[in-house]
Design a protein around this ligand. Structure first.
Ligand code: KIV
Length: 273
């Protein structure tokens, strides 16, 4: 079984992110939270793997991403790093790990890099966290910004509706994106914003934009692996394309296993010592 035929086996780096934007090669990114999944995604040819704080929803069943801690992100990121040879590995800074001041943000960023071995960090927010992002970048850590729908602020928004539909919010998003690009971020995630705005932002910034629910004009796309593989099917916004129906494959396979155990047909002689 073959994944995407990768024409460049070298490790993807922040530098190669810029090269890809320059030559118009779209960047593929998926989330992963564990070793086994990450090694499969890496073998399939994905360019970048994000240890999203969506681990909170996908792995733990929480309603929001807010409960994730630095320790938990490091645990998941370490597992992903162990499974990856080629993809650029980005880890989310969780809620509370950088909003509490520049020093605290830099310390947590360094800790996540040191203890997980990931390649870069992703941080939600615009100019309000400019100083923290700058100091993290100054410490030698590549940063991917995250604008638009920023799930760590869901209690402030009060809704998962599309962001930046009005001019004031669209203007702020554009100036946040330019600021993050100018200080040296190696990417900007654009979540759930109008496609036309994402296309404009993509043209205005030097670094690649990675969209989720932000249309086709971004330099790359990211999805939560469990959504695109159909492991989770309760959450169905229009930006998810399902490439497999693993939920039903698993339920059927486990059903067969349970049936075999109940019938006494597993294990058979060849499966015994
Ligand atoms: O946590 C996450 O999975 C994310 C993506 C949805 C971009 O931030």
């Amino acid at each position: 079984m073959a994944g995407y035929l990768v024409n460049d086996e070298r490790k993807v780096t922040s530098h190669r992110f810029f090269e890809m934007k320059e030559r118009g090669e779209k960047i593929s990114m998926l989330t992963a939270y564990d070793y086994t999944t990450a090694s499969l995604l890496d073998k399939s040819g994905v360019d970048s793997i994000l240890i999203g704080d969506s681990a909170s929803n996908v792995m733990v069943g929480n309603k929001t991403t807010l409960p994730m801690t630095v320790e938990q992100m490091i645990y998941h990121a370490r597992a992903v790093v162990n499974g990856v040879k080629r993809a650029f590995v980005v880890c989310d800074m969780p809620f509370g790990s950088y909003q509490t001041g520049v020093e605290n943000g830099v310390q947590n960023a360094i800790r996540i890099m040191k203890e997980s071995g990931c390649d870069a960090l992703k941080i939600e927010g615009g100019v309000e966290i400019f100083d923290t992002v700058k100091r993290i970048l100054d410490s030698g850590i590549p940063v991917v910004a995250h604008l638009g729908l920023t799930p760590q602020s869901i209690n402030k928004f009060g809704t998962y509706a599309v962001r930046a539909k009005d001019k004031a919010e669209a203007d702020k998003l554009m100036s946040d994106a330019i600021a993050m690009s100018e200080i040296g971020c190696c990417g900007i995630t654009l979540e759930k914003i109008p496609a036309a705005l994402a296309r404009e932002v993509t043209k205005a910034v030097k670094c690649p934009t990675i969209g989720i629910g932000a249309g086709n004009g971004c330099d790359g796309q990211v999805l939560v692996y469990a959504d695109m593989l159909g492991l989770t099917q309760d959450f169905s916004p229009r930006f998810i394309r399902r490439y497999a129906d693993l939920k039903n494959i698993i339920i059927e396979a486990v059903g067969q296993y349970v049936g075999d155990v109940k019938a006494g047909s597993f294990p058979n002689e060849q499966e015994s010592y």
